[in-house]
Every structure is written in structure tokens, then in C-alpha cells.
Design a protein around this ligand. Structure first.
Ligand SMILES: [Zn+2]
Length: 202
């Protein structure tokens, strides 16, 4: 998405490509399904997959946080990653994240407050990043749901440790095993005409 997306600046969503707006709205939508009776902090995440079938098709996998009484929680980002994996989708080029407190006695944050992925989720995103052989775009959706800031994973987790540091070549794992699984890396072959750039001109 680098050709069409401004990095590191909070902007109205309307100034982003259509695919970023779609991703952001999916993260906001799915956050309302969060099961968060303990933290009362609901989070939604939406992963963007680019299809490898020679078209500009994209798909989105959503996830939301899920807690339990022994505080073994699953974050929204990891929920989206694991859901996508179960569908045979191991690669993604972006993820949108939206989170907010729903506690009655917590005052609303400023309109531009952002919910960023926790450390564990950033490490999971490193795995996706290396499977996809690209630096993931992270779309941080503001509290008011009308703005977003896009940052690279390498900015959120600089000098990160990944499979390559173990001498691993995980490229053979980039495609799920089922017949319906989605191959990776369509976009890199015809960069910089990314999916986002293409959609934004439609
Ligand atoms: Zn997390």
C-alpha cells in the first residue's frame, strides 16, 4: 500500500484509499463483538489479504478480543490471524486495529486516541510479515472512528526477531495446505501498483 498511503500521520479516513477505509470500518464493526467482561476494553482487528489469482481481489479476516475468568485472553489481532490461518490464509499486507474502553466510569479519550497492538501481537505480526515477505501496514483507527494513522510494522517493532533469525525459510509455509487456501505475494510481483493504489483510482 506504500504507493498510495501516507505513513505516520493521523488523517481523515476519507483521505485514504477505499481499501483502507474498508479495513478500518471492518475493525470498528467487529469490535462490537468482543467478549470483554473483565477489561471492558473492546478491540477489533481486520487483516487484508491480497489474492494471488492475477486479479485485484482482496479479502478481509476480522477478529475481536476474547477474555475468560482466569484472564487467559486472546487479543483481536491474534484472533484475526488464527481465524485466517484456519481458512488457509497465512499472508496479509495490512491490519487495521480499533479499540476503546466501554467502562461507564471511564471518560472518553480524545477523538484521536489510538489503540496499538500489544507486544505479543506485534511478534505474531512479524510472522505474518515474513510469510508475506513484506513490511505490514498497520492501520490504527482513532477513537472517533473517522481518522487513522498508518505505520509500518518495522516502525512499531524495530529490529525485530523473526524466523529468519533462526535460519528458517518459512516460504513453503506461506500457503495453507487446503485446496481453498490462498497463496501469498501477488502484490510484490507488480509493485508499486498495489491493490490499494488500484482500488483508490476506481
Ligand atoms: Zn495483543
Amino acid at each position: 500500500m506504500k504507493a498510495a498511503v501516507t505513513l505516520g500521520k493521523l488523517l481523515p479516513l476519507t483521505e485514504y484509499p477505499a481499501v483502507v477505509q474498508r479495513l478500518a470500518s471492518e475493525a470498528v464493526r467487529v469490535s462490537s463483538n468482543a467478549y470483554a467482561p473483565y477489561s471492558l476494553f473492546t478491540v477489533g482487528a481486520a487483516l487484508l489479504h491480497e489474492e494471488a489469482n492475477g486479479t485485484d481481489d482482496v479479502s478481509i479476516t476480522a477478529g475481536c478480543n476474547y477474555e475468560n475468568c482466569v484472564y487467559q485472553s486472546s487479543c483481536a489481532e491474534r484472533c484475526a490471524i488464527l481465524t485466517a490461518n484456519a481458512q488457509g490464509k497465512r499472508c496479509a499486507s495490512a491490519i487495521a486495529v480499533y479499540g476503546r474502553s466501554i467502562k461507564a466510569d471511564v471518560p472518553n479519550p480524545p477523538f484521536d486516541a489510538l489503540c496499538t497492538p500489544c507486544g505479543v501481537c506485534r511478534q505474531f505480526l512479524v510472522e505474518i510479515s515474513q510469510l508475506s515477505e513484506l513490511d505490514l501496514d498497520i492501520v490504527l483507527v482513532s477513537f472517533d472512528t473517522k481518522h487513522a494513522k498508518v505505520v509500518k510494522l518495522s516502525t512499531m517493532l524495530p529490529e525485530n526477531f523473526g524466523p529468519k533469525d533462526l535460519g528458517m525459510n518459512i516460504s513453503q509455509w506461506s500457503r495453507g495446505n487446503s485446496a481453498a487456501s490462498t497463496p501469498c505475494k501477488r502484490a510484490r510481483d507488480d509493485a508499486p501498483a498495489t491493490v490499494a493504489a488500484t482500488l483508490s483510482t476506481n
